[in-house]
Design a binder for this molecule. Structure first.
Ligand SMILES: *Cc1c(COP(=O)(O)O)cnc(C)c1O
Length: 404
């Protein structure tokens, strides 16, 4: 099989034109925005159109576009109007942009362990860290594999808001319902490496009218556009998007279903091809769930393939394939922010308010988190992948792992 793959073949890279699909429609909508002279989303027509179409695509009442995925998470937690020291259960296997907003809001991120093969939090792991200060849970659908939001919701019961971090899970679904609409609020990112992009950007979705109102205020410096007696009634930031961003995104949106279907079809081909290789665990969505394949996470059984992740990563890199062992170098709670409580000045606030157990980052409490990070190899993935690229991966992985 090896000699059917050209040695010059490179994988499409979503950081440039090779892995992205900007077409004439993008230029057309951008030109319209420029010609209109209105670049601010507060006065423009394109941002509301994009928000409406995004909401309709997901089957949700409200969508509020904003500056980034981090801003989306920040707006979602700010809208809950929690008290300093309140706890939000989350994961240590995520983007830091999903965690720092909690600290800025005076909230305590309480890390739940993750499943060692999916890297997702589960009803059991979130229940294990629940306390009487728990007010919300952030459920991250890692790499686009839908987590058990329904189970988590039941496990938490009334009074705990479920926020989905769907930054990696565009059009993923579970039980026939789109990810991002399974909980109370869903957050997405349009950063360069996500399923659709404007370089930066984000969006928050919800069916809750009250939350939608608060979210929109928060990203608009708490300025209630359209009210007869407006006032900045509370804290807010300028987390707005622009008409330029919305134009670029609106142009891509109709093609998103096709992009995700393509990612899925090729990922399933790779999984089928790897099925017979011992020691490899390919991504498996739960029954009734559909994966969005932001990336292709390959989990290796270290007992079957000793040192497999490191060796395979080296091999893939030597063929120009940027495979990432561990996804993130270390669990988030091993970063300085948490280890040294480096927050506002020398105050350690709000971590200074935390119960000691909420800041117990002992490895023994996170067996799934450490096992997952040690055994995962993250392969790049995007809508420009073709069969030849799957062949290249199959050949390279087969050569390396097959030899053990
Ligand atoms: C990308 C990402 C974010 C942050 O989004 P930005 O747009 O980079 O701020 C948050 N959570 C997850 C899971 C992400 O992948």
């Amino acid at each position: 099989m090896t000699d059917t793959v050209s040695p010059d073949l490179v994988l499409p890279d979503d950081q440039g034109a090779g892995g992205r699909s900007f077409d004439a429609r993008v230029m057309e909508l951008l030109a319209e925005v420029i010609a209109s002279g209105t670049l601010t989303a507060t006065k423009g027509a394109v941002t509301p159109r994009f928000e409406r179409q995004f909401a309709d695509l997901l089957g949700v009442r409200h969508a509020i576009a904003c500056a980034s995925g981090s801003a989306a998470v920040h707006a979602a937690v700010a809208a809950l109007e929690l008290e300093p020291g309140d706890e939000v259960i989350t994961t240590a296997v995520t983007d830091m942009g999903a965690l720092t907003p909690l600290l800025y809001q005076g909230l305590i991120p309480v890390f739940a362990d993750v499943d060692r093969t999916t890297g997702n939090v589960t009803p059991e792991t979130v229940s294990a860290v629940r306390s009487d200060r728990t007010r919300a849970v952030i459920v991250t659908h890692l790499f686009g594999n839908p987590a058990d939001v329904g189970g988590i919701r039941s496990a938490m019961g009334e009074g705990v808001t479920v926020i989905e971090d769907a930054a990696q899970a565009f059009l993923a679904s579970r039980g026939g319902q789109r990810v991002g609409t399974l909980g109370d609020v869903g957050c997405f990112s349009f950063q360069q490496g996500k399923h659709i992009t404007a370089g930066e950007g984000g969006i928050v979705v919800t069916d809750d009218d009250g939350l939608a109102h608060e979210i929109r205020l928060f990203v608009n410096k708490s300025w209630p556009y359209g009210e007869s007696q407006p006032d900045h009634r509370k804290l807010g930031l300028n987390y707005r998007t622009t008409e330029l961003h919305s134009a670029v995104l609106l142009a891509q949106l109709p093609r998103l279903p096709e992009f995700v279907a393509h990612r899925r079809r090729l990922a399933e081909q790779l999984s089928a091809g790897l099925a017979s290789v011992p020691g490899l665990v390919t991504p498996a969505p739960a029954p009734g769930a559909e994966h969005a394949y932001w990336r292709y996470p390959l989990v290796m059984d270290q007992a079957v393939v000793p040192d497999g992740v490191t060796r395979l990563a080296r091999r893939l890199r030597s063929r120009g394939i940027p495979a990432a062992p561990r996804y993130i170098g270390k669990p988030a709670f091993r970063c300085g922010i948490f280890v040294d409580a480096r927050t506002l000045g020398s105050s350690s606030w709000p971590l200074s308010l935390a119960r000691p157990e909420a800041r117990d980052y002992d490895a023994a409490r996170f067996p799934g988190t450490f096992a997952f990070l040690e055994s995962v190899l993250v392969l790049p993935w995007n809508e420009k992948f073709e069969e030849v690229h799957v062949e290249l991966l199959l050949a390279t992985i087969g050569e390396e792992v097959g030899r053990t």
